[in-house]
Every structure is written in structure tokens, then in C-alpha cells.
Design a protein around this ligand. Structure first.
Ligand code: 13P
Ligand code: SF4
Length: 298
């Protein structure tokens, strides 16, 4: 199957992008594996005609917004993100009406119509920097309440947060992370900012998934406790074979990130599906919000 995928990939002039949470076989076949920020940069820069996006829908939509002339394929049309679906465009419009002076930051984990209502997007890698770059004292931040509270703790702005969350990261509890630490006192704890504030308070570093990869490769520590979706452990182990990686509080999986298999990728390239389209009435503004983010985080 791997050979067939590689052959078709060449014939179609395609590049395979995969998020750090994808299953190991998918990560291993991808041309580029990364976090949301890195993958959106790579999607914008690629010369390939076709992008096969192994991740969830908002990521493939982001790639399409940045490369509207390219064909962007999402091998599993049902790979959504629960957090992205926690805020609708109507919700955001109502919030903007309530706070007319505030600028709006949409986490990239949103649907394209919500991005179109934002001034700028952010990812977990650049959220504080993006918020600080805005010329406003008040900032509406949607949809993740945990990332919003992390930003609030590191920013001078007043953050108005939406009450959304990632069910996968919310399942990581402070008590289980504290128990992991007791059993491995020498291991630094790395946490994703989608985790609850109590978990972030226990962490030695709060980072995006690529930020975690950089941390573990340069740290002198021999083992690490990682509080995020379990898919990242494969990449950590592959890139750092002499170090040990453990899920802080036990492994947690995002079912949507785990949907894409090698046979889905093969079917995707064979039938050129599922072709991601963003409605033209939102594509321009949503694309601007992402491009502004990329410029502000250079
Ligand atoms: P990163 O951008 O840090 O990879 O996070 C994406 C995500 O969906 C986290 O749940
Ligand atoms: Fe969405 Fe959470 Fe899955 Fe990330 S881990 S894609 S935020 S549901």
C-alpha cells in the first residue's frame, strides 16, 4: 500500500501533510509532519498541485484558504474537531455586538465562517504574540477557554473568552498529572495550552506540539511527561530514540485525529477525494485572518 501511495502521489503531483497527532503509519508516509502553524506555513509554500491533508477538517480548510488554486484533499470527510464546532458564526456576531471595541482572535481550530468574522487567527504556537500585536485593550478570544486563560496570564490585554474546550485535553486531570510526576520526579512535564489551568500550573513548559518537539530534542533530560494527545509520542520517540516519553496521566486519543488510515490516503489519491471547498462568501475574509497571522508570527 505504501508503494501504491508513493506512486500515485508522484503521478498526481501531490504532497502529504500530517498533523503530529496522526497514527504512526500516516506520520511515517507523510512528506511533512507538524503542528497547525507549521503545516499552514508549509501548505502556503508548497509547489505541489495537490495537498493531501491528514488531520482534521479545519486544518484542510486552512490549507485551502492559503492555496485556493490547489486541490486540497481530506482523506476522511468525517474528521472534524469538537472544539471548532463549539462556536457558530451567530455566536461570534452576538459577542462582537456586546463588545464593539474589542478585536477578535480566532484560534485556528474554528470553522471558516467563524474565521471570516475575526480580525486575525492564532495557533497554540503564537497565541500570546498575536494577541499582544493587536491595537486594542480588549480582545475577544474564541473558542478555547483554556488557551484564552493561558493568554490572559501572559498578556496585558483584557481577554473576553468563549467557553469552548477540547474534550481530549480536558480529560487530562491535575491529579493524574501530579501522580505521574510523583512516579517520575526527574521528568519535565510538557503541557499543551488546551489543558486545564490546573494542569498548566504543574507544567515545566506550556507549548504547541512542535514546541514540545523542539524542547525534548534540546533538553538534557532523559525522560519526559507529556500532557497532550498521544500521537505526538510516536514522533518524539522516532526523533529521540535514546530518550523516554510518557503520557502524563495516561494516554488520551482524539478520535478524529485517529480516523485517517493508509487505505484512506490511497483511496483519497485514487478518487481525488474529499475535495475541500470553502464557500466564496467567507473564503476572502477567512484567508485574510490566516495570512495576517502568518505575517505577524514571522
Ligand atoms: P498544535 O497546533 O499545537 O499542533 O495543536 C493542534 C490541536 O488541535 C491541539 O488539539
Ligand atoms: Fe480538536 Fe481536540 Fe482533536 Fe485537537 S485534539 S483536533 S482540539 S478535538
Amino acid at each position: 500500500m505504501v508503494e501504491e501511495i508513493l506512486k500515485l502521489k508522484k503521478e498526481r503531483d501531490a504532497v502529504i501533510l500530517a498533523h503530529n497527532y496522526q497514527i504512526p503509519e500516516v506520520q511515517d508516509i507523510a512528506d511533512i509532519v507538524g503542528d497547525s502553524l507549521d503545516l499552514s506555513r508549509k501548505a502556503a509554500d508548497t509547489e505541489a498541485r495537490v495537498i493531501v491533508f491528514c488531520g482534521v477538517r479545519f486544518m484542510a480548510e486552512t490549507a485551502k484558504l492559503l492555496s485556493p488554486k490547489k486541490t486540497v484533499l481530506l482523506p476522511r470527510p468525517d474528521a472534524g474537531c469538537f472544539m471548532a464546532d463549539m462556536i457558530s458564526v451567530e455566536d461570534l456576531r452576538a459577542l462582537k455586538k456586546k463588545h464593539p471595541k474589542a478585536k477578535v482572535v480566532a484560534y485556528v481550530n474554528t470553522n471558516a465562517d467563524v474565521k471570516a468574522e475575526a480580525d486575525i487567527c492564532c495557533t497554540s504556537a503564537n497565541a500570546v504574540r498575536i494577541v499582544e500585536s493587536l491595537d486594542a485593550d480588549e480582545v475577544i478570544f474564541v473558542p478555547d477557554r483554556n488557551l484564552a486563560s493561558w493568554v490572559q496570564a501572559h498578556s496585558t490585554k483584557r481577554i473576553i473568552a468563549w467557553d469552548g474546550f477540547c474534550a481530549v485535553h480536558e480529560r487530562i486531570s491535575a491529579s493524574e498529572v501530579a501522580a505521574s510526576r510523583l512516579s517520575m520526579k526527574d521528568a519535565p512535564i510538557l503541557a499543551h495550552p488546551e489543558c486545564r489551568a490546573e494542569v498548566l500550573a504543574l507544567a515545566d513548559a506550556v507549548l504547541s506540539t512542535n514546541g514540545m518537539l523542539d524542547y525534548v530534542s534540546t533538553s538534557p533530560a532523559r525522560r519526559f511527561l507529556v500532557a497532550t494527545e498521544e500521537g505526538i509520542l510516536h514522533r518524539m520517540r522516532k526523533l529521540n530514540p535514546h530518550k523516554e516519553f510518557h503520557a502524563a496521566g495516561g494516554p488520551k486519543a482524539c478520535i478524529n485525529m485517529k480516523k485517517t488510515t493508509l487505505s484512506d490516503i490511497l483511496e483519497s489519491l485514487t478518487g481525488m477525494k474529499y475535495d475541500i471547498q470553502v464557500p466564496s462568501d467567507v473564503a476572502g475574509k477567512a484567508g485574510d485572518a490566516i495570512r495576517l497571522m502568518l505575517e505577524a508570527s514571522r
